[in-house]
Design a protein around this ligand. Sequence first.
Ligand SMILES: Nc1ncnc2c1ncn2[C@@H]1O[C@H](COP(=O)(O)OP(=O)(O)OP(=O)(O)O)[C@@H](O)[C@H]1O
Ligand SMILES: O=C(O)C1=C[C@@H](O)[C@@H](O)[C@H](O)C1
Length: 259
Amino acid sequence: MVRIQAKMHIAYAGVSIVNAIPCGIGAVLPINLKAFAKEGKRNRNSPLINAIEDYLIKNYKIKTSFEVYSEIPEGVGLKSSSAVSVAIISSISHKLGDVYPPKLSAIITKNYNLSITGAFDDAVASYEGKISFTDNINLKILKLEKPSHDLKVIIFINDKRHDLNLSLMRENCKSFKIAFEKAFNGNIYEGIKINGYLMSEINGYDKKILDLMMEKGALTAGISGNGPAYFSLVKEGEEGPILDYLSNKGKIIVSEVLK
Ligand SMILES: Nc1ncnc2c1ncn2[C@@H]1O[C@H](COP(=O)(O)OP(=O)(O)OP(=O)(O)O)[C@@H](O)[C@H]1O
Ligand SMILES: O=C(O)C1=C[C@@H](O)[C@@H](O)[C@H](O)C1
């Protein structure tokens, strides 16, 4: 008997350039941490996996389950849920007709209250492996860009996720929009920094960590997603001072910007 093994579908983690919650527009830089999924025996339970399976039954009459593996830490802002979601949807997209997995991921996560805007920015970067600029309200890709430099990403987690001050985030839409426009027009580092300082100010994350990452040689430093992950981008070989500063203060992950 010939056994045909379903292949694993891959999607990527990412760090936020600009959070989409305040204005409905967001941007994400993909990084080299992966999630994998294929149809198969369920090996993991989560509200996200339940939601996707439920949506497939209700909308496509497909009753199935998925095997999921992930190297992305969960619940810290590194787009784990979008990566798992687009990897799962990609693995079954041949049965769904003409669907763009990030779009379906956004529809499902918004409908099941697993994201606020649908996190289309996260899902597009995760699926395409490129820098995404998106309008999450209208599910439109505004721009996709290939990261052009070899950069390391130093991720630092020393806290639990804070409760978000959603109304204050939305009140500050104008400032987040400036960050988005800077990044959209080519200054991604500045966009990341503005977004990071706004997120720390509004949601009580520690601005000193961003300051110190910058002082220790980062090209930029920010907060990913809804936190609590802080991150900095550095040139390869220049990680030392930031790693020295962060060591023993929390969990550190070193990855690279996806090229
Ligand atoms: N590796 C995973 N496997 C299965 N379910 C996951 C995985 N990662 C996240 N989820 C599920 O996705 C849902 C949303 O989680 P959460 O908002 O914390 O996502 P996140 O991607 O880790 O964080 P963020 O969206 O801020 O980057 C939860 O139901 C969570 O259990
Ligand atoms: O819940 C949401 O809609 C989002 C969550 C975060 O990952 C954000 O970074 C993203 O832009 C939008």
